[in-house]
Design a protein around this ligand. Structure first.
Ligand SMILES: Cc1cc2nc3c(=O)[nH]c(=O)nc-3n(C[C@H](O)[C@H](O)[C@H](O)COP(=O)(O)O)c2cc1C
Length: 206
């Protein structure tokens, strides 16, 4: 048994082990803009659904270990508290990875990746045309934890509008995973598909 004390382990190793342990993680492709309306697009796998009534999602941009500064996405949300979370599918995974490159502040990853911004309807922001699911979100709160590289900021937001490509849906409106083809994040540089699934009836619904 390897027992690691997070109080003495360098944070980079804590990051490596925890991201290998907490997996697979869904990926939010977050589309933001700054006060001047310049666009930004970046993936975040510290991401999940935290409430359905009200509908809330959360994701966590860390302080960059490279620069010791806030990521552009967080800077933008602090300036303009509305953003879009797009689903990452197999078809766009490579471009999403490219969107994670450390471009200078103000550079649009839409332009760098060739992904297409489409105006959102309820918020001031942009959806990703190549993603079949886009969630229009408004900021609820930002909580900050720690200082320096790896320090987390929890961004909690209300989902205002869901845009779903209806070709993903069955007659009941359910989104079929074999059509969505979402991808997830594992440890290191690994990603995963959602092709290998199994189902259990819930014990309380038998
Ligand atoms: C699939 C994937 C998931 C990522 N998840 C996170 C994350 O949850 N938190 C984080 O701080 N960085 C994460 N990153 C790194 C950011 O995407 C990267 O730092 C990016 O440059 C941030 O962009 P921004 O400065 O434009 O906001 C992830 C990268 C990839 C490829």
């Amino acid at each position: 048994m390897s027992t690691l004390d997070t109080h003495t382990l360098p944070w980079q190793q804590v990051y490596a082990r925890l991201t290998e342990i907490i997996q697979p993680r869904p990926i939010a492709l977050v589309s933001t803009q700054d006060a001047e309306g310049r666009l930004n697009l970046a993936p975040f796998s510290f991401f999940n659904l935290i409430s359905c009534n009200p509908p809330l999602i959360a994701f966590a941009p860390q302080i960059s270990g490279r620069t010791g500064k806030k990521k552009d996405t967080l800077r933008n949300i602090e300036q303009h508290p509305e953003f879009v979370v797009a689903t990452v599918t197999e078809a766009i995974a490579e471009r999403v990875n490219q969107a994670s490159a450390p471009y200078d502040y103000g550079v649009s990853e839409f332009e760098k990746t060739g992904l297409t911004p489409v105006p959102a309807q309820k918020i001031r922001g942009f959806c990703v045309a190549e993603s079949p699911v886009n969630l229009e979100c408004s900021l609820l709160e930002i909580r900050s934890y720690g200082e320096g590289g790896g320090a987390g900021h929890l961004v909690v937001a209300r989902v205002e509008l869901l845009h779903i490509d209806e070709q993903l849906q069955d007659e009941a409106g359910c989104i079929l995973p074999e059509r969505l083809q979402a991808v997830g994040r594992m440890g290191g540089e690994d990603w995963c598909t959602t092709r290998d699934r199994f189902a259990y009836p819930r014990p309380d619904r038998r």
